[in-house]
Design a protein around this ligand. Structure first.
Ligand code: GLU
Length: 297
């Protein structure tokens, strides 16, 4: 066993698009190249954002691209107890506090100023739970495999929300607890999540968890220069083989792996084998990448 365990962790708020394929493929190739495992976690922590059927579509899309995961799929909606236990530990350590302040009250500040740290301002109001960022390490530092050393001042990060006022778990807490419980050694994901990582590093340290390695991937822009996202109505990935092959090839190209042109018509298994054999993080360029017309299904 290589000790490497990676994961792909989509939010099932809609089908996967080309940007998500690039993230899934990179984390898959990085894991397989290292002889490690690749897990799948569906981050369905915010039910109103997850329409019925979206998770099934994602599973079918990954299958169509030959991205087979190891072990059972994990679902965040089943992990309430684990998140609650983590919050209890933070409370017991004096690192989490309830907060009744609303965004409106602190709109003139860049981050929440921590008014409730020493006692809730208005106990009659609904309360969120926040992390005490002033008690953690400063600065928050870690090396990114592509973007190099990252350094954040906790005062600029603010006290991240762990549990929301509406009772839902915050993404930052869930992802950190899941990565630790699932023994994830390597996080490979889009650069749009890079500025979430310092909060996750703070939480890992507060909870005494091991720190995974991080590789954030270059931003993939649509042909119009806009970020590919569900909000921007990026086209969903196809599920039929003929359309899948050129798109998988385009994703290898978007990861700067320079796949040979003739590979674009090869079956997905063959393209993935090529990808695993040739996977080289040193080829990745950090600058935003544009998806060309040819890669849009
Ligand atoms: N669920 C997040 C998303 O779909 C990704 C979380 C992660 O990779 O850490 O954007």
């Amino acid at each position: 066993m290589s000790g490497y365990r990676g994961r792909f962790a989509p939010t099932p708020s809609g089908p996967l698009h080309f940007g998500s394929l690039v993230a899934a493929l990179a984390s898959f190739l990085d894991a397989r190249r290292a002889g490690g495992e690749w897990r799948l976690r569906l981050e369905d922590i915010d039910p109103p954002r997850c329409p019925p059927g979206a998770a099934d579509t994602i599973l079918r899309q990954l299958e169509a691209f030959g991205l087979h995961w190891d072990g059972p799929v994990s679902w965040q909606h089943e992990r309430d107890d684990a998140y609650a236990a983590a919050l209890e530990r933070l409370k017991a350590a004096g690192l989490a506090y309830p907060c009744s302040c609303s965004r409106k009250q602190w709109r003139d500040y860049p981050v929440y100023p921590g008014w409730c740290r020493h006692g809730v301002c208005d106990p009659a109001k609904p309360m969120a739970w926040r992390l005490r960022s002033d008690l953690g390490p400063r600065p928050v530092v870690w090396p990114d495999r592509l973007f190099g050393e990252q350094r954040f001042d906790p005062a600029e990060l603010g006290d991240v929300v762990l549990k929301r006022k509406d009772g839902l778990w915050a993404y930052q807490l869930a992802v950190v607890v899941d990565d630790a419980d699932q023994g994830i050694s390597d996080v490979v994901r889009g650069v749009d999540l890079l500025d979430n990582t310092p909060w996750q590093r703070q939480l890992q340290q507060a909870l005494g968890y091991p720190e995974p390695r991080y590789l954030h991937l270059p931003l993939i822009l649509g042909d119009d220069g806009q970020k590919l996202s569900k909000q921007n109505l990026a086209p969903p990935l196809p599920e039929v083989d003929d359309a899948v092959r050129p798109l998988l090839h385009a994703a290898l190209a978007a990861l700067d792996q320079a796949p040979p042109r003739e590979l674009s018509t090869a079956p997905v298994a063959e393209q993935l084998q090529w990808g695993i054999r040739h996977w080289d993080v040193a080829r990745l360029r950090a600058a935003p990448h544009r998806q060309t017309d040819a890669t849009i299904p």
